[in-house]
Structure formats: C-alpha cells, structure tokens
Design a protein around this ligand. Structure first.
Ligand code: ADP
Length: 444
C-alpha cells in the first residue's frame, strides 16, 4: 500500500482536457517529489553514523513537503519502561521539558507505544478525547503518532503535527509511515553495528588474553627445557668421561661382550649429548634477541657449504648453486643455522648407494624472496609435510637415518623469528624441494 500510494503510475488515468491534465501533472510532480524525498531521506539515514541524531534533519526535509510544524521523537527507555523525548521541533522548550518523560499507558504517544499501532487524531481542537488533551494544548489540529518497531521490538515513537488543517491525506500518512520505518531500520542497523563492534572487541580481548596466556606457558616451557637440558649436560659429561677412561684404562682387560657394552654406552651418551645440544640450540633460538640486516643469500649458502664440506666430500655429493641469489632482510647467524639443517638433511636423506645431488636457486614473489633447496633423496609423503617441522618429529628410525628430529623445528622457528616462512614440496621417492621465504632487503 505504501509503495503504490507513492508510485506515480498508481495515480488516476489522465483525462483529456486542459484543466484536469494540469492537475494530473501536478499530482505526478508531487509523487515524483515524494519518491525523491524518500530516497533522499533513506540515503541520509543510511549514511549517517548517528541515525538517532538525524531525525531533526529528516523532519526538516519532509516538513515543507507535507506542511508539518511539529514533531516529537521519543525513545523507549528499557530501565524505566517509559518514553523519553529525544528530539522535537515546533513547541516551546518549557512545554517540551514538561513532556520529557511519558508513561506507556498515559498520553497519546504512550498509548501508541503500548499498543504498537499508529494513531491518527483529526480535528484535534474539536475533540474531547482525553488522550489528545496534551496535543490540544500545543494548538495542533491534526496529529499522527507512529510506533518505531524493528522485529516487533519497540524502539520509540515518532509523531508529526500541523496547526494548519484538520486532517492528513492518505498519501501523506503513507509517506510519514515510510519515513518512520526508515528511521526504525536505520536505528536498528546502528544497534546491530554497535553490538557487533562490542562483540568484536570482546573477541579481540579474549584472543589477546589467550595469546598472552599461551605465550607465558610457552616461555615457561622453554625456560624449563633450557634449564633441564643445561643441567643434564654435567652428569652426561661425567658418564662420557668415565666411559672413555674405562675404555682407555681397562679396555684391554674387557672381553668382547664387555667392550660391546662399553661402546653402546658411549654411543648412547653421544646421542644424548647431541639431543641436548640440539634442544639447547632450539631453546636459544626462541630466547635470543635478533637484529636484522641485509644478508646475501649467496654468501650464506657459500659459508654453509664450506662448513659442510667434509660431509659433502664423504657422500660424494654434488651441490649446484644457481646465482645470482637475492639479498634478504635476516639475522645472519640464524639464517646460517636454518641452511645448515636443510643442506644436511638433503645430504642425509638419500636412498642407500645414491650420491646426493643438491640444486639451490632463488625466486622472487612480490616483496619476498624464496630460496629453494632441491635434492634427489627419498622424498616425503605429502601427509607428513607439516608434521616434520615439529620438535622430535621423525619419519625414520635412528638406525636407518641418524638424527634427533629437531633440525626442521629449528628451521621453522628460525624462519618465524625472522618474519619468514619455510615449507616443502615433495612426494615419496621423488626427491624434495624445501624452501624458505624472507623479505627482500630494501635498496641501501
Ligand atoms: P632429523 O634430520 O634429525 O631426523 P629433522 O627435523 O631435520 O630431523 O627432520 C625431520 C624428518 O623429516 C626427518 O627425520 C625425515 O624423516 C624428514 N626429512 C627432513 N628432510 C628431508 C629430506 N631432505 N628428504 C627426505 N626426508 C626429509
């Protein structure tokens, strides 16, 4: 009904005579104006950050068109279950002050709010209805009050009055009702936005709290690991030292079983020492302060290859580096630590009898540089690609391939601490391509 009353096409058919035609085009004109006005009011409300406060300007927009002089905008106050005057126009301040609070069961607007139905009062000055007594004292002749509702919930009331005529036309009432609906929707939208914002803030606070708790637990865990690892080294040194003394001083007197036990004891102690050293290295990586600088990946790869030279020679490996490699922003010692682990793995995880072949190259991806290390090794099932970057995660027994399961955890932690990432592309039996990613160093 609302739409059709505003729709120019719903006006009566054109009568072919000069006078009615002019009248009709005047009606058409007003209908177009109404549609424009409503569109204007809608966008005004939609764009407003404070729809509560724009009711006054909305009223100014429609007052002229509808010949209105008075409006009263009440908001429902949940705590007191009363209506409270939020803004108004067309009545003296003292009168407005008297009408600031309205009980729901009394007064015109109060009843509209209570029954949640629009009420129109016509020819008010000649009415004896006690509900219009307030309105009469304002000199109003025609008055309408609409409940502002969203999803059946009362937000407030908006009423309009005129002192110039006894009644409103049907299409005028329809237009005012549309404006009221728009105001209610805009206010509801604002409420929803505010509720969402509050929820977001709450969630953000929760995430921060949980992150802080996690960080604290993590820090405690790492401090604990560090001190345990550190303290374990002293008794371990004693075991290794005495095993060595036993071998040197009494080795000749031991039978083969005794010597085998001694060898196993020493190997176990060596392995435990390696494990502790790796754990300490991992812990230090979390605790140390890193400073960043421009680092040449080319130089890092060269340095690390030199350090691993004995292993490279022993394995008969071939290492091919495709230069140039990019300059990155990194902590050089941590980057070396990461590369040592990746290259050592590439040399180690080959099928028996295969000579390792390593290919190293760089690539650019927007602000980041990637370094790739490809090998011709045993490959990794994609199901384990994530898992192997965790502490103590190994896919093989120490007999098949020696190791502690901390190398890739160091890679992952080191890269994260430098603001980078690490990953792998591989399938079982077809070699692996490990990559690390770091920000490209800015031009100096
Ligand atoms: P470690 O080398 O001490 O075993 P890492 O953390 O370095 O521990 O590696 C974890 C596991 O990931 C290895 O045990 C191995 O199963 C797998 N892996 C790592 N690098 C490679 C590689 N280049 N090729 C095949 N498997 C690999």
């Amino acid at each position: 009904m609302r739409t059709s009353s505003l729709n120019p096409s719903s006006e009566p058919p054109t009568v072919v005579s000069p006078r009615p035609k002019r009248r009709h085009s005047g009606n058409d004109q007003r209908a177009v104006e109404r549609v424009d006005l409503l569109a204007d009011v809608a966008s005004h409300l939609l764009l407003s950050d404070k729809p509560q406060e724009v009711v006054a300007s909305v009223f100014r927009k429609i007052a002229h068109h509808l010949g209105l002089e008075v409006y009263l905008y009440y908001l429902f106050d949940d705590a007191s279950q009363c209506l409270r005057l939020s803004s108004y126009s067309g009545l003296p301040t003292a009168m407005a002050a008297e009408r600031e609070w309205l009980a729901l069961h009394k007064t015109f607007c109060g009843l509209v709010a209570k029954n949640q139905k629009r009420v129109v009062a016509e020819d008010v000055q000649h009415s004896e209805d006690p509900a219009t007594a307030h309105v009469r004292t304002l000199g109003i002749t025609a008055y309408v009050c609409f409940p502002l509702l969203t999803n059946g919930r009362l937000i407030g009331t908006l009423s309009f009055g005129t002192r110039r005529r006894a009644r409103f036309k049907h299409e005028e009432l329809a237009m005012m009702e549309t404006v009221c609906n728009q105001v209610a929707v805009a206010i509801e939208r604002k409420h929803t936005e505010e509720a969402l914002q509050e929820l977001n803030q709450l969630l953000e606070r929760r995430v921060q709290e949980r992150t802080a708790q996690l960080q604290e637990t993590n820090d405690q865990m790492e401090a604990f690991t560090y001190s345990i690892s550190h303290d374990l080294r002293a008794p371990l040194r004693a075991i290794r030292g005495f095993a060595q003394a036993l071998a040197e001083d009494y080795g000749a007197t031991l039978d083969s079983t005794g010597r085998d036990y001694l060898d196993r004891m020493s190997a176990g102690a060596d392995r435990l020492d390696q494990l502790i050293q790796d754990l300490l290295q991992y812990s230090r990586l979390s605790r140390s302060r890193l400073t960043f600088e421009r680092v040449s990946l080319e130089e890092s790869v060269r340095r690390v290859s030199q350090q691993l030279d004995t292993d490279i020679q022993a394995a008969g490996a071939k290492v091919e580096v495709k230069t140039p490699l990019p300059l990155v922003l990194a902590h050089s010692p941590t980057l070396d630590q990461v590369l040592i682990n990746l290259l050592a793995n590439a040399l180690k995880f080959v099928a028996p009898g295969t000579k390792p072949q390593l290919r190293i190259w760089g690539s650019l991806d927007g602000p980041n540089a990637r370094l790739w290390i490809a090998d011709n090794g045993i490959g990794i099932d994609p199901a384990h690609h994530q898992r192997i970057f965790g502490v103590f995660e190994r896919l093989h027994s120490a007999e098949a391939y020696p190791g502690t399961g901390i190398g890739l955890a160091i890679v992952s932690k080191g890269m994260a601490r430098m603001g980078g990432r690490a990953g792998v592309e591989s399938t079982l039996g077809a070699g692996s391509r490990f990559w690390i990613e770091l920000p490209v160093a800015p031009q100096s």
